[in-house]
Design a protein around this ligand. Structure first.
Ligand SMILES: NC(=O)c1ccc[n+]([C@@H]2O[C@H](COP(=O)([O-])OP(=O)(O)OC[C@H]3O[C@@H](n4cnc5c(N)ncnc54)[C@H](OP(=O)(O)O)[C@@H]3O)[C@@H](O)[C@H]2O)c1
Length: 249
């Protein structure tokens, strides 16, 4: 891999998929700025592999100054930003008539505006360094998702952003997305559903997934690293890569 020595910013890096991405990048020899609101999980994620090449930067990407400061911190510590992984996300599931529209605003803020803020903040660096963006979207942005329409709509918007920016920022910055199917992460403990609703959802997702199980965060992280790596993906931009156990097949 040619990620060795590169400087990467990963949002939502303390838990789940983001944590696996941060660890994989550190293991590949990259420097990583780990961004999320809670310092504790970020510190744990950084400790395992990190050392000098891990920078824990607690920040809220729902805030424009927070996103800017995260990029500035990466540049100050590592001298550059070569890659950005927009992984932080929020999921609130409810049928449309019961959905709280404040949840939609919150999801748009983290799932769409957050990536926009980070990309804008990092763009001068990414242009100069011929860098790459990977957005962690969802198969829910491409499939019909009854009961989860508002979350799906925020991820569909992120898919659209990915494709349009791939053209707008070419040839200097590559922009791709991964679309995970159901992955075993802490997200399933905080969906706004009751325990029975969560259990039913999980059972339904396993049934709807041809490979018959949830994915592991590491199974997504490997693809994120590949898309960041110019050696494997230097001719890939605007791709929406489904990593979903066959869910969207
Ligand atoms: N798990 C799945 O089945 C699945 C499927 C498809 C797509 N995804 C997507 O994968 C991504 C990662 O989710 P996950 O499954 O790994 O769940 P997760 O463990 O809940 O990760 C979400 C991360 O986002 C961070 N975050 C949330 N709001 C933030 C904010 N305002 N500012 C900064 N960081 C924020 C959280 O950290 P703090 O709370 O400390 O801020 C947390 O580390 C999300 O975009 C999700 O939509 C997940």
């Amino acid at each position: 891999m040619s990620l060795h020595g590169k400087s990467m910013v990963v949002t939502g890096a303390g838990t789940g998929i983001g944590r696996a991405v941060a660890r994989a990048l550190l293991a590949a020899g990259a420097s990583v700025t780990l961004v999320g609101r809670r310092a504790g999980p970020l510190g744990e994620a950084a400790d395992t592999e990190g050392g000098e090449r891990a920078l824990v930067h607690p920040a809220d990407i729902g805030d424009a100054s927070g996103a800017r400061a995260a990029v500035e911190a990466a540049v100050e510590r590592f001298g550059a930003v070569d890659g950005l992984v927009n992984n932080a996300g929020l999921a609130r599931f409810a049928p449309i008539e019961r959905a709280d529209l404040a949840d939609l605003t919150a999801m748009l803020d983290v799932n769409l505006l957050g990536p926009v803020r980070l990309i804008r903040a990092a763009l001068p660096q990414l242009r100069e360094r011929e860098g790459a963006v990977v957005n962690v979207s969802s198969v829910g942005g491409a499939l019909a998702m009854p009961g989860r329409a508002l979350y799906g709509a925020t991820k569909a918007a992120l898919n659209s952003l990915t494709r349009s920016l791939a053209r707008e920022l070419a040839p200097h910055v590559r922009v791709n997305a991964v679309l995970p199917g159901p992955v075993d992460t802490p997200m399933y403990g905080d969906l706004g559903l009751d325990a029975q609703g969560t259990d039913d959802l999980i059972a339904g997702l396993v049934e709807a997934t041809p490979l018959g199980r949830f994915g592991r965060p590491e199974e997504i992280a490997g693809w994120v690293c590949n898309l960041l790596d110019p050696e494997t993906s230097g001719w890939v931009t605007g791709a929406l890569v489904a990593i979903d156990g066959g869910r969207s097949a």
